[in-house]
Design a protein around this ligand. Sequence first.
Ligand code: SF4
Length: 423
Amino acid sequence: MTATLTRPLAPAVPVSRGAIGGTAPITGPVVPAGDEACDYEYSYDDLFTERLRAAGQSVTHLQTPLPPEYVTMTPDELDARIWAAKEKLGDRLMVLGHHYQRDEVIKFADVRGDSFKLSQLAAERKQADYLVFCGVHFMAESADILSGDHQQVILPNMAAGCSMADMASIDDVVDCWEQLTELLGPDHGIVPVTYMNSAAALKAFCGRHGGIVCTSSNAAAVLKWALERGKRVLFFPDQHLGRNTALSMGYSIDDTALWAPNKELGGNTEDHLRDSTFILWRGHCSVHGRFRPEQIKAAREKYPDVTVVVHPECPREVVDLADLNGSTEYIIKVVTEAPAGTTWAIGTEINLVNRLQKELPDKTIFCLDPVICPCSTMYRIHPAYIAWALDNLVEGTVVNQIKVDPEVARWALIALERMLAVK
Ligand code: SF4
């Protein structure tokens, strides 16, 4: 990335820079933070939370600025710092890397995986006191919920949230629940189901109300579980995963309603809500929501023998046209196990697709969207933040700890354990 700023930022809003970094403007090499619109690059100063927010970026958690020394280090210097800190911390440290992280970050990961797999791996590594999660906020929360009391979860950049998770706030979900209860009565038979990609507060909501968590691997089994216990499902935050899964189970689009937060009855008629088996929250992933049927048609024209595999967070029309769809782990497995010489068009995050391309040179692998952006919030985990977090751990200071409120964690764990019991 270069220092080019191709879209003007709104004027900076003064923010407190806390104890770290002082208040003087920091100049130095560019530290890329994200690329929401693919025509947008950041200077270091743009990393400050208020600047990101002013630029229309999703930022729900505040990150204190880095000390200037980390901003001016070269990539090689940052790498050396990180490797040295890892060596000093040894088994006390576990670095978890989500598949969507760029190579400059994933190379430091002790384990790679999707969000749920990483949380499980973290919980199993009991000797690790520090779990440095190179992912996004909700993933670090899940790791905290599933890990032991002696383990501390660290998110190198607090501004690494998830735009999808942010689309369902606990207040909006409670409001929806109250409206539905008023309409359908206390015997409404709604089972709340939240996707793994949601705040801990929503997982706790599900735990409290007889609901459950799902991942993109087990969504159908979880929805079946829910409908064995109730009459209908309230599914959040990803409408696409909910809709694609309901259709794959044999339900029709008429069995679904789309709930728009901040609208009376979510924008639905009373009759439609009464008749719906699935009430889907109007949220989406900013990465997977970009894939289009035209991209699949173009891939098939260029490579008639191509196999198209997409993530179920993609829109329905895309999933319908694809040959296969499944979770990130499924996509990795199916492409890795495919015979040499096969051609794959993949509808998921670009860092993962590029890595598959590199690691499987005997196959032709490309991303369905030729101009796709990386996950802009995941991208906020830069090696400079990792170096800063690890250096602090070496000194015995824990920065950026993600600690879920114990009561929230208790109920969220109940919803997660229900999921783990689903076969
Ligand atoms: S890829 Fe989508 S769902 Fe995953 S962290 Fe990024 S915005 Fe959230």
